[in-house]
Design a binder for this molecule. Structure first.
Ligand code: RIB
Ligand code: CA
Length: 321
């Protein structure tokens, strides 16, 4: 049984919420000790409402949710604007572009469960202390919360069982700039600090692997045909794009990380590679690349998967009642 902390930058459904639902539906394999929210796709207050709603919808609102870092260590909206002015567009800036208004989730009603009063960073610290060598940190968004916890308590890094993160791009282009993937771009300094930390094992699910498994309309249609509370949320969130363009696809990024935690045999190719995070403010800010072993930390980089096996797990878990 893996004890995990699910650190998330949220999404309405795709993909953080779907990943959390998948994991919450396998309590025989994964014990979710808490959900910690970080700024990324959404600002923290809005992201927290999405995740609380999701937890309520799947009957898992006993899992505590903790609010985390509202902004990255260094990156900021003004820095992003400067980057765009100097070196070209950043195609998605997530929370940097959001208004301060917190909207109710799908259904128009805020969830009954509220965030715990303990913040994400003290929660992460306390949990590692409580379960030394047992906690898997699952980072599905920018790594700000994890970086702050390890910055405050570097002695705890060797006591983490492992860090598993969605982010980066070793040998393929980025998805927000030609060089960078969103989670790493949003907080490169955090990713740099965390990947260079003394956490014993770090597993990277970057675009190299996630690009292989886009969600197609046929699979989407099969899932939403289940017409359950969770699949109705999926329909609400993801249906309009398929309605507008039946040939559209969705990347399901974080769900691949979640699937691996449930069944590691979905990954067919991985390598131990030195991964360098670019923290110099320039056109490749936030990029990750295969670096020089003596200077870059060595990570377990996941590169390819059994797409059919993955989608069978994804469909089975999301349609489960
Ligand atoms: O680049 C994809 C990642 O950015 C995913 O984790 C998505 O949810 C966003 O956080
Ligand atoms: Ca995410």
């Amino acid at each position: 049984m893996d004890r995990i902390i699910f650190d998330t930058d949220s999404a309405v459904f795709n993909d953080d919420a779907a990943a959390l639902a998948m994991l919450a539906r396998r309590p025989d394999v994964v014990d979710i000790l808490g959900v910690t929210v970080v700024a990324g796709n959404y600002p923290v207050p809005q992201g927290a409402e999405h995740m609380l709603h999701l937890l309520e919808l799947i009957g898992a609102d006993n899992i505590p949710l903790h609010l985390g870092a509202h902004s990255p260590l260094v990156n900021s909206p003004s820095r992003a604007a400067l980057q765009e002015a100097r070196w070209g567009p950043v195609s998605f800036k997530g929370a940097f572009d959001a208004s301060g208004t917190v909207l109710p989730p799908h259904g128009g009603r805020f969830a009954g469960a509220r965030p715990r009063t303990t913040g994400a960073v003290p929660f992460i610290i306390d949990t590692i202390e409580q379960y030394p060598n047992e906690v898997t940190l699952v980072a599905m968004g920018p790594m700000t919360n994890v970086a702050l916890a390890l910055q405050r308590r570097p002695d705890l890094a060797p006591l983490v069982k492992r860090l598993v993160f969605m982010g980066g791009n070793a040998r393929v282009p980025g998805n927000v700039t030609p060089a960078a993937e969103f989670n790493i771009w949003f907080d490169p300094e955090a990713a740099h600090a965390v990947t260079a930390s003394a956490v014993p094992q770090i597993v990277m699910f970057g675009l190299d692997i996630t690009n292989h498994a886009p969600l197609q309309r046929s699979m989407f249609d099969r899932i939403v045909a289940a017409d359950a509370p969770l699949t109705r949320l999926m329909q609400h969130d993801m249906g309009p794009r398929f309605d507008a363009n039946p040939a559209a696809t969705y990347q399901v990024w974080d769900c691949i990380t979640a699937a691996w935690l449930i069944d590691p045999t979905i990954v067919t190719v991985s390598e131990r590679l030195p991964i360098a995070v670019e923290t110099t403010f320039g056109p490749t800010y936030g990029g990750t690349s295969v670096g020089i072993p003596s200077t870059a930390p060595t990570l377990d980089v996941m590169l390819d998967l059994d797409v059919e096996k993955f989608f069978s797990l994804y469909e089975g878990l999301l349609t489960r009642r």
